[in-house]
Design a protein around this ligand. Structure first.
Ligand code: ADQ
Length: 470
């Protein structure tokens, strides 16, 4: 048995004095530790003329290898093609998608550089697991350099159908790149259907009886298994964090400041896919149409700034600043601020305590691969007096979290009605819904996700020689 080698754009190298990482990093570190594994990717640093010689460190039983990007590649590969082309496209936002040939070339070059830098570190028995939309062509680049290892890919964001994906001038090439993987995993059944539709309509490839597609890539005939592996969180760990944080100074200060008002909480990266303006409009509709909640409820939105180098993110910030100001201007009293808007990241345990203190968790993305905040909110609740999750039906999490109240974030009035229902929900119904969701979360943890993906990858037969052209 070889090692597991994880590749992702950013690598969570542990640094002294930094708060512990989130559930995803923890789950990946667990599988890496168990196999004596390696985590490879971008250091997060840019410099002039970086080398392809990875910087290697060992920490907590895991090897880390990172390379730097040039300023030019950071702009083209990361801010440009990854975040300004693929991110909006895969979230169905064609109006926000931009395309630039030089950025597309930079994306490919960085993937080739990553492949070249990683190859010398790989042993013949290693299993490689590549993550997310920044790295789609990496396996094709590794195969072109002769890599024979098992390589899996997991897409954390939604997989749109071909009617959407075909807006990308490189759509067919990107699909063909996926054939270089032995296993391609997505979050949900909906994403799996989107991916299958893309292979059918984009490349004319139909899955075989066991869910794989076969086609030519990098001069070889290959078969990629396609499947859904919904990601989870460290449910027990998060519940414990929230229970302890409830007594911490931040949560105590928050609850003291609330008096006997109910709290609605939202938390995410400040990203246009998360439906933040829609959420504010939904909250405003609650206040406008159900005046019994005036001065009785506060909505706290914690939104960590993200991707400030992309114009659409800066525009979103301006929109939110103005919406929060307007709602407060319209409804506030001298002793009550309806919207508390905090535009920065907060520590993980603080967030856990805030979730637990909130009667409603409001999670309203316009599209989301999974959405871990929805899961964390549920895990954080007090089993004796749990809050209610109001969740967009466009989040991957909606596929399995049946105890949530589902909303369409585009319908502000419906969101207002749903918030009213959540705030008035009697305890027995809250408990029943929460228990139902908690059962699912205890089964589908982050560790289980990583293990089941790797188990499926490792059980696949290695490509037979007669399948190879070259
Ligand atoms: P993200 O788009 O980043 O992830 P999400 O799954 O919700 O979205 O994870 C966000 C994480 O950041 C959560 O762990 C949350 O607690 C934390 N967080 C949010 N707001 C914060 C704040 N203000 N301060 C500090 N921490 C904050 C992508 C996909 C998702 C998919 C995940 C994992 O877009 O759909 O669920 O990957 O696959």
């Amino acid at each position: 048995m070889g090692r597991v080698v994880v590749v992702s754009n950013r690598v969570a190298v542990p640094r002294r004095g930094e708060p512990s990482a989130g559930g995803l990093a923890v789950a990946l570190k667990d599988v890496l530790k168990a196999s004596g594994g390696l985590w490879f990717g971008w250091s997060g640093e840019t410099r002039k003329n970086p080398t392809l010689e990875p910087r290697q460190v060992r920490a907590g039983g895991i090897d880390y290898a990172t390379i730097d990007l040039s300023d030019e590649d950071h702009k083209g590969f990361y801010a440009g093609y990854s975040n300004n082309t693929l991110w909006p496209l895969f979230h169905f936002r064609l109006g926000l998608m931009e395309y630039d040939r030089a950025e597309a070339a930079s994306y490919r070059k960085v993937n080739r550089d990553f492949a070249q830098a990683l190859l010398p570190l790989l042993g013949p028995e290693d299993t490689v697991w590549i993550h997310d939309y920044q790295m789609i062509p990496m396996a094709a680049e590794l195969r072109a350099l002769g890599a024979q290892q098992r390589i899996g890919f997991f897409l954390h964001i939604p997989f749109p159908p071909f009617a959407v994906l075909s807006a990308l001038p490189d759509a067919e090439r990107l699909l063909r790149d996926l054939l270089a993987y032995d296993l391609v995993g997505v979050q949900t059944k909906r994403d799996l259907a989107g991916m299958i539709n893309c292979f059918q309509d984009g490349l004319g490839l139909t899955p075989d009886a066991t869910g794989g597609v076969r086609g030519e890539v990098a001069g070889q005939m290959r078969r990629a298994q396609l499947s859904a592996h919904p990601i989870g969180i460290d449910t027990r760990g998060f519940a414990t964090l929230a229970r302890k944080a409830a007594y911490g100074p931040e949560t105590q200060r928050l609850t003291a400041s609330m008096g006997d008002r109910a709290l609605i909480v939202g938390a995410e990266r400040l990203d246009y896919t998360k439906g933040l303006p829609h959420r504010m409009r939904g909250f405003a509709a609650l206040l406008a149409n159900f005046p019994e909640h005036l001065n009785k409820v506060t909505y706290l939105q914690v939104a960590a700034r993200s991707r400030n180098e992309v114009a659409s993110y800066r525009n979103l910030r301006r929109e939110l600043d103005s919406l929060a100001g307007r709602i407060n201007g319209d409804y506030a009293e001298f002793d009550w601020t309806p919207v508390r808007y905090v535009a920065r990241a907060v520590a993980r345990d603080t967030l856990a305590g805030f979730y637990r203190a909130a009667r409603v968790g409001l999670v309203t993305p316009l599209r989301d691969g999974m959405n871990l905040v929805a899961k964390e909110y549920v895990a954080a609740q007090d089993p004796e007096d749990p809050g209610v999750l109001v969740l967009s039906s466009f989040a991957g999490a909606a596929e399995t979290m049946e105890g949530a109240l589902l909303v369409n974030p585009l319908d502000a009035e419906a969101m207002g009605e749903t918030l009213d229902k959540a705030l008035k929900m009697p305890l027995p119904e809250r408990r029943e819904r929460w228990e139902n969701m908690m059962r699912g979360l205890e089964e589908q943890t982050a560790t289980r996700w990583a293990e089941s993906f790797l188990a499926e990858l490792e059980e696949l037969p290695l490509p037979e020689q007669d399948l190879l052209w070259a």
